[in-house]
Each structure stands twice: as structure tokens, then as C-alpha cells.
Design a protein around this ligand. Structure first.
Ligand code: NA7
Length: 555
């Protein structure tokens, strides 16, 4: 819709004005709301879901759990009270547990009165003269605000694969990222799951135990590691509470925002026997320590990486009894360069009589009918089809909103050639629009609740700075986005991530730019953010306050 049409549409709506509009009521949105209110700003958060929780509201598929980090460190760090008053139950908290935590936070901080649920942001455009964002909601409101804070999550825009006939499927069709609120009854059903990323691998063992027959359609096998999930021990919680300052200090220096010191040892410094002994211990213990805390160079040095990759391949061959199935499940890409997955009995599931694996690399899907998936080798009858096919990650949600910035240019046009940002926080031509976990920020490769807090702290400081200095707008200066993308590329090129097709590089979505969109700088990134603010926001341009603009133009 053009900016003019949007403005006409807005006139027929009830208008509300705020100092800041927050989009999203997940981890980041709740924190932003809390902090902004604390500064005395008028603010309202909007979310399309019927409850708070964001990603954790939608991703309620069977087996959904936190992968990284383990409880109680997957949570807010800004409030000791929140840590003290919430008793995490499981080491890798389940989706219901995380949702319970976020509801506890919303109540504890009394946030609900400023959150509007079941409300989608449908349009957003920037009025250059008034220096205001205009926002139309699905509930018929028209919001006007100088600052738009987009906290919509990195993994929200679901990927429905463009498979011929998918809309003809007449059975039950679910996407893991939009799982229904009510329980899905798998009993006695023939179920198909497409996708073996984190969502597929978490849900497959649970579904297999409930259904009559499960067929897994796998495009890329994964190096999944046991989650080692178990109840959180009371002494672990009390240790975290008593030594909270130390854990926070650890998080402040860890490149991934983790509460534990990272290993400083190279995998190549140890003998094969020493390595295998360490890997075996960590495999038994479970969790992502195996990749992130064993040796420092697993994601930087292929030879080091091969040692762990071969160890995991050996485990798969050992666990899966049928050699042909084991072979199909054995990955060959560079371990860790797709999102690392942890599981609860994933490979063991293929030893069940009611589970079959279809390797789409050798037996691709031809089309989907009303009651089956037809691959090259034959037909697989299904009552339920689960799409565990991931997301248009990181860029998809904002792109779907497609805001219009300066000159009426929309985001689709702005990002026609590549996804560009400055610091992963702002987009050229989109003044006063801030992203949390945005494109070219560390987002999914850093402790996300912690990274969100840090980014929001930066945004708040920036807004306060603008208000104190009587500045109307802030936006990236011409050209800084290119230098920033170079910086993102350079950080990635020091790792092994570049060699693999993944959603970090847009490879999972047909037609998406092939560009590495996650900043791998970790702590250095957050230090850089701080330095930019301390140095007077180098790389940004400021615009005068709207009143001055209007005076100068005789308005
Ligand atoms: P992912 O990690 O993107 O996994 C999606 C899976 O679906 C993956 O195995 C894909 O294969 C597969 N896929 C995607 N499109 C197709 C088509 N067209 N045909 C067959 N298979 C397909 O998403 P998840 O939801 O599992 O995980 C996302 C994050 O959410 C995760 O990291 C957690 O942090 C939570 P591919 O590997 O692309 O060959």
C-alpha cells in the first residue's frame, strides 16, 4: 500500500500516541516495556498472540525445549529478584516452563496493563515532516510514535515449503512454529514430519511414542547431541543465586554470553584418546557444552572440527541398529555450522518398528496429495503432516511487516539487493526504527535473553540521548551499512560457518539473499555498541526535532 493510502486508511481509525511503540511481547518486548516505563516514557507493547511469550508462545510443539544455555541461565539477568523467585524445574526447560517463567515476569513486573495482545501490526510508515512513525493495527487502531522498537523475534516467520500439492493435503497439517493451543491427538494416526532441524529432532521422539506410524522426511542429517535433560538440582539453583555476581561476570566475558568459562585448549593439543575421553564424558553429560566448552577451535579449524564430527558420526552408527538407516542419518557437513541440535532419544527413535526414514537427497518429494506424500520411490499415506521446516529467519518478520521509511521506500525495496543494517540495530532510510536481534547482530548465536537486554539498554540510552539533546531523528549515515556488512563477513570468515548452507546465510528459503546475517563478534560486538554510544554515535546522522524542521520550511 502507498504511504498516501496508508495515511487515508489511518484517518478512519482511533489514533493513540506513545513515546515508544514496542512490537512483540516475548523476552525482548517484555524487557523493553519494563525499562521504558521505568524511564517515565509512555509505551505500549503489541503482540499478535493471545498471550505473552513470543517465540515461546507459538513454538509449543511436542518436545519443544531450550537448547542453550541451561536453566537458570536462560532468563533475564537484570533482576536478582526474578532469579530468586522463580524455581526452574528442568535443566533444558520445556516450552511450558519457559512460558510459565515469562508469565511470572509479566505479573511480577506488572506489565500486562501496557501490553495489547491479539493485535497484529499491519502497516508502519514514517512521516518525514512530523518525524513520527504511523502504525495501523489489526484491531483498527492508528498509533503515532517517534520511536518504533521491533522486538519480533528472530524465528517467527514460518517457512511453508513450496512443495507441489501442499495445499491439497486434507489431513491435519501443522507447522511446529505455529502449533495449535490445544493438544494434537496422534494416537492411531499415520504421521509424517518434514524437517530434521531442532524442531523436528525435538518433536520426532515424542510423536513416535504416541502415533501408529511415523515417517520422517529428511533433507539434511544432523549431528544431534544428547540434551542430558534432567531436573534442576536444588543446589544448582542455590549456587546460581549465591554466586550470581560471579556468573554475571563470566557472562560478560564469554563470547557467547555463557555463565561458564570457555575452554582455551585446542582439540589438536590432545591425543585422540584424550579427546575421545573428553567427548565421551560430555556426551554422557549432555548439552551444548560438548561443542562450546570442550575445545575453543571447533568452529574455527576444520581439522579440530573433524575430531568431534567423527566422534558423533561414530555414535550414530553405534546407536542406530539398521546400517542403511544409520548411513542416511550420518551427516557430512561441518559440525556446528548449522544450528547445533540437542535431543532426547532422537537416534534411538529410528530403532522403533513404527518409524521410517525417507532420505530426500536420494528420494525427493515429488508432490503432496490429499492423504499422502509422494516421493520418487513411492507413496507414503498420512493422516497428519507436521512441517518442521523452520523459518524465514531473522529478516522474515520485519520484511513481512514491510515498513516504509524515508521517501516512502519500503523495506522490500531497501533490501532488494542485500539485507543491510548498521550495527544490526538500524536500517538506512528508516529513522528511529530500532531492531532487537536484528539482521547482522549476534541474535541467535549469543545467549538471547542476555543479548536482548544489552541491545535494549543501548536503544534506551540512545532514545534518552536524543530527547535530552532535542534531536528528532537518528539513522545510519550513508555508506556505514556497507562497512558493517564487511565487518559481519570478516567475523564469519574467521570461522567455519561460511562453508555450509544454513538459515544463518539465507540458504533455507528459495530466492532469499545468500548473505551471512549473524554477527559472530560476541562480546566484541557489545563492546563496540558501547563504544559507539560513548563516542557520540559515530556512523549515525541526527535530524533536528520536528518543530525546527517545520519552522525552517515555514510549516
Ligand atoms: P531449521 O533449523 O531451519 O530446520 C528446518 C528443517 O526443515 C531442516 O531439516 C531443513 O532441511 C528442512 N527443510 C526446510 N525446507 C524443506 C523442504 N522444502 N523440504 C524438505 N526439508 C526441508 O528450523 P527449526 O524449526 O528446526 O529450528 C529453528 C530454530 O528454532 C532452532 O535453531 C531452535 O533454536 C529453535 P535443510 O537442513 O535446510 O536441508
Amino acid at each position: 500500500m502507498s504511504t498516501q493510502k496508508q495515511a487515508d486508511n489511518a484517518r478512519s481509525r482511533e489514533t493513540k500516541t506513545f513515546d515508544v511503540v514496542v512490537v512483540g511481547a516475548g523476552f525482548a518486548g517484555l524487557y523493553a516495556l519494563h525499562r521504558l516505563r521505568g524511564l517515565g516514557l509512555s509505551v505500549r507493547a503489541y503482540d499478535g498472540a493471545d498471550g505473552v511469550g513470543g517465540t515461546w508462545w507459538w513454538n509449543r510443539y511436542p518436545g519443544a525445549r531450550v537448547d542453550f544455555p541451561s536453566a537458570p541461565f536462560y532468563g533475564y539477568t537484570f533482576s536478582k529478584e526474578l532469579l530468586d523467585e522463580f524455581d526452574w524445574e528442568e535443566r533444558q526447560p520445556s516450552q511450558p516452563e519457559v512460558l510459565r517463567y515469562l508469565n511470572f515476569v509479566a505479573d511480577k513486573l506488572d506489565l500486562r496493563s501496557d501490553i495489547q495482545l491479539s493485535t497484529w501490526i499491519e502497516e508502519a510508515w514514517f512521516d518525514e515532516q512530523a518525524e513520527r512513525w504511523h502504525v495501523n493495527t489489526s484491531t483498527g487502531e492508528h498509533l503515532v510514535t517517534p520511536f518504533l522498537l521491533c522486538a519480533m523475534g528472530s524465528l517467527s516467520d514460518t517457512n511453508k515449503p513450496p512443495i507441489r500439492g501442499i495445499d491439497d493435503f486434507a489431513g491435519e497439517l501443522y507447522h511446529t512454529g505455529r502449533w495449535p493451543q490445544e493438544d494434537v491427538d496422534f494416537a492411531g494416526k499415520r504421521v509424517g514430519v518434514i524437517g530434521t532441524g531442532s524442531s523436528g529432532i525435538q518433536s520426532i521422539p515424542v510423536i513416535a511414542k504416541q502415533c501408529a506410524h511415523l515417517t520422517v522426511f529428511q533433507r539434511t542429517p544432523q549431528y544431534s547431541i544428547p540434551a542430558g535433560n534432567r531436573p534442576v538440582r536444588p543446589e544448582e539453583l542455590s549456587d546460581a543465586r549465591e554466586n550470581w555476581e560471579q556468573y554475571k561476570a563470566n557472562m560478560a566475558v564469554s563470547s557467547l554470553g555463557m555463565p561458564y568459562p570457555m575452554s582455551e585448549r585446542s582439540a589438536l593439543e590432545d591425543t585422540p584418546e584424550q579427546r575421545d575421553a573428553l567427548y565421551e564424558r560430555l556426551w554422557q553429560e549432555g548439552g551444548l557444552h560438548m561443542l562450546f566448552n570442550s575445545y575453543f577451535d571447533l568452529l574455527a579449524n576444520k581439522e579440530a572440527n573433524d575430531t568431534l564430527a567423527e566422534f558423533v558420526r561414530g555414535k550414530i552408527r553405534h546407536i542406530v541398529k539398521d546400517p542403511d538407516t544409520a548411513e542416511k542419518l550420518t551427516p557430512t557437513y561441518i559440525l556446528g555450522t548449522k544450528r547445533q541440535v540437542i535431543d532426547d532419544g532422537y537416534f534411538e527413535t529410528y530403532n522403533r518398528d513404527n518409524v521410517a526414514l525417507v532420505d530426500l537427497k536420494t528420494d525427493p518429494i515429488d508432490h503432496i496429495t490429499a492423504n499422502s506424500i509422494v516421493t520418487e520411490s513411492g507413496e507414503h499415506p498420512l493422516d497428519i503432516l507436521v512441517l518442521a521446516t523452520g523459518f524465514d529467519a531473522i529478516t522474515g518478520t520485519l520484511m513481512r511487516l514491510n515498513p516504509r521509511g524515508r521517501g516512502g521506500v519500503d523495506l522490500e525495496e531497501r533490501w532488494q539487493e542485500r539485507f543491510n543494517s548498521y550495527l544490526g540495530m538500524m536500517i538506512p532510510g528508516f529513522p528511529n526504527l530500532f531492531m532487537v536481534h536484528g539482521v547482522e547482530s549476534p541474535s541467535v548465536l549469543f545467549n538471547m535473553p542476555l543479548g536482548g537486554e544489552r541491545e535494549i539498554d543501548w536503544i534506551l540510552e540512545c532514545i534518552l540521548h536524543l530527547r535530552a539533546a532535542g534531536i528528532g531523528t537518528i539513522e545510519p549515515a550513508p555508506g556505514v551499512d556497507k562497512a558493517w556488512s564487511k565487518n559481519v563477513d570478516e567475523a564469519a570468515s574467521q570461522t567455519l560457518f561460511h562453508g555450509t548452507d544454513s538459515w544463518y546465510s539465507g540458504a533455507n528459503i528459495d530466492g532469499k539473499h545468500r548473505q551471512f546475517i549473524v554477527h559472530l563478534g560476541g562480546q566484541a560486538y557489545f563492546q563496540h555498541l558501547k563504544d559507539i554510544a560513548a563516542g557520540g554515535y559515530e556512523g549515525f546522522v541526527f535530524g533536528p526535532a520536528a518543530s525546527e524542521v517545520l519552522e525552517a520550511s515555514g510549516g
